[in-house]
Design a binder for this molecule. Sequence first.
Ligand SMILES: Cc1cc2nc3c(=O)[nH]c(=O)nc-3n(C[C@H](O)[C@H](O)[C@H](O)COP(=O)(O)OP(=O)(O)OC[C@H]3O[C@@H](n4cnc5c(N)ncnc54)[C@H](O)[C@@H]3O)c2cc1C
Length: 496
Amino acid sequence: MVKTEVETSKGRRIRWAWPVAATLVAVLFAIAFDALASRGAPTLSLLDSTTKRCPCAPGTHTQSGIVEDCCCDYETVDHLNEEVLDPLLQELVKTPFFRYFKVKLWCDCPFWPDDGMCILRDCSVCECPEHEFPEPLKRPSSLGLSSDDLVCREGKPEAAVDRTLDTKAFRGWIEIDNPWTNDDETDNGEMTYVNLQLNPERYTGYTGPSPRRIWDAIYTENCPKYPSGEFCQQKKILYKLISGLHASISIHIAAGYLLDEATNLWGQNLTLLYDRVLRSPDRVSNLYFTFLFVLRAVTKAADYLEQAEYDTGNPEEDLKTQSLMRQLLYNPKIQAACPLPFDEAKLWKGQGGPELKQQIQRQFRNISALMDCVGCEKCRLWGKLQVLGLGTALKILFSGDGRENLAERVIYLPRIGIKICLRLTWLTNFHVIVYQLQLQRNEVIALTNLLNRLSESVKFIHEVGPSISKTMGGPLSVPTSLRPLQRLWTHVFGQR
Ligand SMILES: Cc1cc2nc3c(=O)[nH]c(=O)nc-3n(C[C@H](O)[C@H](O)[C@H](O)COP(=O)(O)OP(=O)(O)OC[C@H]3O[C@@H](n4cnc5c(N)ncnc54)[C@H](O)[C@@H]3O)c2cc1C
């Protein structure tokens, strides 16, 4: 995030008079420009803080009505996913730009000795041969900005606003570390490129104490379940995001399960699906929450993602990628039926808000570091990708250092892609803080692939969930080892 701040206080009023006046003029100019740029363009007016905010009903865990803490109902999400999101995302993730992911696979667990428990061949990742990987992605990201643009310009008010207000939301791929994640994303030396299409997320045989220890460490130390009756949305957010991601991972294991190792028979394990996800309605609810949260992040970054360079050296494919992206970002059906999937503007308000956000950021970084302890390579690949995707969504939605929450006025200029926060305190302090979104190529790849994973999970639950729940007879425990039942389901529903 580029952050600039212009501040005046009583003692410095005269010295800052010109910069402040210039800043105000620039802000007014930006608003006018944004308004002009928006005319006739398909903007997401919901992004502007002046528009009507989400009613956000308390929501339910029963898969009907409004998804808890979100602004869309289950039926609408299922419908939009089936009609728009799933078809588009399925195509998008197959394009050369989105199918290669840069990842550090060989990492030491910072918390305990590596105790890899993976027993299957399917556990290991198939890395890309050098010749397969598109040339433009091998080059370091073009630095559209000088390094000076990336640091806080506090103390340099004269340069601030002019240099930040730019008609382009996207100014070249940058190498910048994501503050929400643990890996140093700019450390290319240890990274390898992986073709995600060759490494599907599915059952790998990674079970037992190793994954249990990781999930335990995540839930007990880094995002404990909130007490029932907790109303503070921001205190619940991290648990719900992780639980939703966990549910999605379990759904992919159930959807691509090795039913018979001897004959290499793959199919669906619907007993496992019921056991790990369906019988706990809050996990299903958390999956929908995470899906809407990530969808909101993608639509909020619409201008940036629309203008981004999807260059892999294959013009035909790259144009297709750009076109699919536009269809996703400005889809009229989504804008009409679910214009604000999640309302982040309501969070971190009031006393303690900024501190809570910092605490959650620390916890999320710990969760990200725990991915280095995943003892199965393929699980680690998808774990890292999805945690980076979530970290990117968090970065998009909760950009800044928290001080914007104290602002009296937050103006988001969707066509320009910047956020301006104005604060006037007792007429003695005047702050204008300008933020502009900056994303790494790898963050965009992770974000989009995560959205696709969640979309697949929602689709699968919607398709098979109701009939399984009915057959399994409500929230009762069904042993996972019920092989004959598994086979019966596989025969009835077929293989995926
Ligand atoms: C990052 C990561 C990625 C993984 N990827 C894969 C993969 O691609 N393929 C594969 O085969 N295995 C993968 N695994 C392992 C898999 O997630 C399970 O840990 C494993 O199958 C053992 O399952 P389990 O029955 O012990 O329950 P687990 O899924 O390990 O759950 C552990 C405990 O967490 C709680 N819990 C479960 N689900 C939720 C939820 N949604 N919300 C809140 N609490 C919950 C329950 O109390 C449960 O007992 C991964 C593990 C990790 C940590």
